[in-house]
Design a protein around this ligand. Structure first.
Ligand code: 17E
Ligand code: FE2
Length: 417
């Protein structure tokens, strides 16, 4: 068998230590002591080899604009939307492309090779969308980008927004988005969810809705989405993002809802970095955490992934693109500190994200799958999160894309005993 690259002694997430042979852009063999030679061989020395990280939720159109034109002083979602409305008035395709590619390069350096980005389609020129569709094409040889047509100001927030959404789908957006809790009325919110499902079926697209991203326990659009899933038969194609109000529902309603969600089997995305800062802003004390019920969704066997949401934008002035920071925050905010729970948080930024993005056989460390892999400076998932481990090598489409050398710590002076 001809291989172009062999990784020796890599440790998979199940703990087994194996060699991995790659030919062109495919994994062709995985076994202990593979009798295969290749022009390039990398000794992994027992470090963790994982499928790449999957960024299931980010807004690349607004990335790297924090402070433009002003800083979000209240820290609320609503002030963020107002600031973005001011900033997006001066968007150009070049501006969107430059910032998005810069953010994607930073993400890839942390081992992220699959990204789902929202693109605001509630501005009349569809500049954010056109910019991100151009980026999707420009980067496809090294990173996979899915684009969500996301009506930030509401599908019914302005008369032209519904037709802008349809135009975005005709232009090639992969996913239909929405924001029912921000629509002008509860009825508009419900109507928007029905419309999103209708459009997804008409254009054969996935669905990813910003759903109930508010502390209001009366915001109940998740049940509308779940009902649509059950009636339409759609499940794995559908994602509810944020769902922070689920953290504010009383337990009686949450119990009923969880039963419906288990029938609906849609995907969930939590964004713990941003929602721990964005939510709870109207509370004094006790102050809510404002994150959805990640642990309970996971315990119910539902697919949960975790996203960054923002890299330095009007909603969140921090963010590096490193999904281990997101997983670490989930361990804290969602109290996922048990051994299996920490591993689950790692899975939520890898395999869970892949499931949300519907990557299917396009993802995974298995023979016959595309050769996308990361080598971490850790022996297992726990150590990766504990140390926010350096991603030493990122292999994309069968080739080394980025390498990072971990910092070296040197003590000086005499022996400290
Ligand atoms: N827009 C929105 O509605 N919610 C968010 N968390 C971000 C943008 C970042
Ligand atoms: Fe978002």
């Amino acid at each position: 068998m001809d291989a172009t690259l062999v990784l020796r002694r890599g440790r998979l997430v199940d703990g087994s230590v194996v060699d991995i042979a790659i030919a062109q852009n495919q994994i062709v063999a995985i076994d202990t002591d593979l009798p295969i030679e290749a022009a390039t061989e990398l000794d992994i020395e027992g470090r963790l080899v994982s499928s790449p990280f999957v960024e299931s939720h980010i807004h690349l159109d607004s990335a790297l604009t924090a402070g433009e034109p002003r800083w979000n002083e209240s820290g609320t979602l609503f002030e963020g939307i107002d600031i973005w409305r001011e900033r997006k008035a001066s968007l150009t395709i070049k501006d969107v492309k430059q910032r998005a590619i810069s953010a994607l390069k930073q993400q890839a350096s942390y081992g992220v090779l699959f990204v789902r980005s929202h693109a605001d389609v509630s501005e009349p020129g569809l500049i954010a969308l056109k910019g991100l569709l151009a980026v999707r094409e420009a980067v496809k040889d090294w990173i996979t980008l899915q684009v969500v047509a996301f009506p930030q100001d509401g599908l019914y927030g302005a008369p032209q927004n519904e037709s802008l959404m349809e135009e975005a789908l005709r232009l090639g957006a992969d996913v239909v988005g929405g924001i029912p809790h921000y629509e002008l009325t509860r009825e508009d919110g419900v109507r928007s969810v029905h419309k999103i499902f209708e459009l997804a079926q008409q254009y054969d697209r996935l669905i990813d809705v910003h759903c109930d991203e508010i502390d209001d326990p009366q915001s109940r659009f998740l049940e509308v989405m779940a009902g649509e899933c059950i009636r339409s038969g759609l499940s794995s194609d559908v994602t509810a993002s944020h769902t922070t109000a689920f953290g504010s529902y009383d337990d009686a309603y949450a119990l009923k809802l969880m039963g419906v969600l288990k029938r609906a089997r849609l995907n969930f995305i939590a964004n713990p970095l941003i929602n721990i800062t964005l939510q709870g802003r109207t509370d004094t004390y006790p102050k809510r955490r404002g994150v959805t019920r990640v642990k309970e969704l996971w315990q119910s066997g539902l697919n949960v992934s975790l996203g960054h949401d923002c890299i330095r934008d009007p909603w969140y002035s921090l963010g590096t693109g490193n999904l281990l920071a997101v997983a670490e925050m989930a361990v804290h905010v969602c109290q996922m500190t048990g051994q299996a729970e920490v591993d689950a948080c790692f899975d939520m930024v890898t395999a869970g994200g892949a499931k949300t993005l519907n990557l299917g056989e396009g993802y995974g460390v298995e023979v016959g799958r595309p050769a996308n892999l990361v080598v971490l400076d850790a022996k297992d998932r726990y150590e990766a999160i504990l140390n926010r481990a350096t991603v030493r090598t990122v292999i994309s489409r069968g080739k080394v894309l980025v390498e990072t050398v971990p910092p070296v710590v040197r003590w000086s002076g005499e022996d400290k005993g």
